[in-house]
Design a protein around this ligand. Sequence first.
Ligand code: NAD
Ligand code: MG
Length: 398
Amino acid sequence: MKRITLLGSTGSIGINTLDVIARHPDSFEVFALTAHQNLERLLEQTVQFKPKYAVIAEIADKVVGLAEVKSKFRQKAPQTELLIGPDALAFVASHDNVDSVMAAIVGAAGLLPTLAAARSGKQLLLANKEALVVAGELLMEAVAESGAVLLPIDSEHNAIFQCLPSDYPVRGFERSGIDKIILTGSGGPFRELPLAQFSDITPEQACAHPNWDMGRKISVDSATMMNKGLELIEACHMFQISLSQIDVLLHPQSIIHSMVSYRDGSVIAQLGQPDMRTPIAYGLSWPERMEAGVEPLDFTKVSQLTFESPCEKRYPCLALAKQAFTEGGNMPAVLNATNEIAVDAFLNRQLDFKGIAEINQQVLELTPGISCDSIEDLLAEDRIARERAQKLIQKRGL
Ligand code: NAD
Ligand code: MG
């Protein structure tokens, strides 16, 4: 029995993870579930999976109707202890009775509990890419020092992981005979939309991804391709490589989830349905394989696989992510924080779609580059960037 803490259980990755876990009741036990605001869903999940702990991530004063929530949990899920507040996330992520932690909180909010899991030597199933973007060096150091096992859940990184030799962590990029890692992306819903129409894009259109059903933030990031930018940074940390060792390739069908191109001309790709239960199941069962509830790929129905290079004019966020990673220090954290604020403003109709990239660029330009050696430094930079972004968005108006 593997005992799992699921950070962000009420989100898209969280729900898919529980779907996979429910198919294997003899292999997994849910130790803790955590949520931010959707407490009805957290309660339903708690009733079904009977974890030892359910955690509400908010500070207690901010939880609407807390007394009522507590009483509902007591009534319907008496076996589960309800914990409240951000510290409780780190507590359930690092608890001695946990084997694996699925990090599926969205944004930098997931950083501290993810780091707690890494520091305590857990098997860390990482969906929360922003944690690696903000604090890649510190997180990778924590993994190395504690002996934690980092398994990528992001579909591209999971694909790359599957295409690398199993001794890659020892041999590294060069000695494994690799030429390039090819990170694929669909290009999102606006790959063919005339640029002149970008100012009219609505949140509904941006969230309607052609192939994947995901949370709202990552859906908008896919539309701007900031998601691919964040994934480039994620891949550099995770596989200990430089930007020049990765190419981004648009592949609108999302059947190939990424590839590794070797020196001898071989290219190994991982293919499958665009369904996150595949990488989630691989992470949960690694190094074995288990059923995930995913339809097998029917090649007779896949009429074509096409590829093209991303156009930088259409996707300025991609270049901004490369720039931030190249500058290093505080810059990836600053870009990530700004982007979170800008995407949120777009989703709340306070900023137009093109404004997301513009605000990201402005905050990067306004921020002096500094090196950051601690989480506290990075979180301080994150806070300043958020304030700067808010002010610029207010000034800009819609
Ligand atoms: P989502 O918005 O559907 O769910 C986010 C989860 O995080 C929810 O459970 C929510 O309660 C929790 N949360 C939100 N704010 C929080 C806060 N301040 N403190 C604590 N918890 C908070 O997001 P998602 O689509 O499931 O994505 C989760 C992560 O996985 C993201 O980092 C995303 O980039 C990554 N990811 C998602 C997919 C996908 O298919 N959805 C694919 C690859 C990677
Ligand atoms: Mg991805």
